[in-house]
Design a protein around this ligand. Structure first.
Ligand code: SF4
Length: 83
């Protein structure tokens, strides 16, 4: 993944796992329930990204209150956010 530090990106390699030759996923996002290894705190209480400045592009592109955001919230039993 070109976003990894080893590929001149900014995402720490140790927090990602390769999926294909060009794709990686954040560790823990394939767990059940999914939980990114970089996430700090307790879902539903208070959380923060532990690598906020170095987070990958999909995380940067996900906007609070977007469809993707609200689907993720529902998966964790949280109410959707109003736009
Ligand atoms: S924003 Fe941070 S904690 Fe959330 S999925 Fe992305 S890297 Fe993980």
């Amino acid at each position: 993944m070109h976003e990894l530090q080893s590929e001149d990106g900014i995402v720490p390699d140790g927090l990602a796992l390769p999926l294909t030759a060009s794709l990686s996923r954040m560790r823990g996002t394939d767990h059940q329930p999914p939980r990114c290894a970089a996430l700090c705190g307790q879902v539903g209480q208070q959380v923060a990204c532990g690598i906020y400045e170095w987070r990958p592009n999909p995380c940067r592109e996900l906007e609070a209150g977007s469809d993707g955001c609200n689907r993720a919230r529902l998966r964790h039993g949280l109410p959707v956010l109003d736009e």
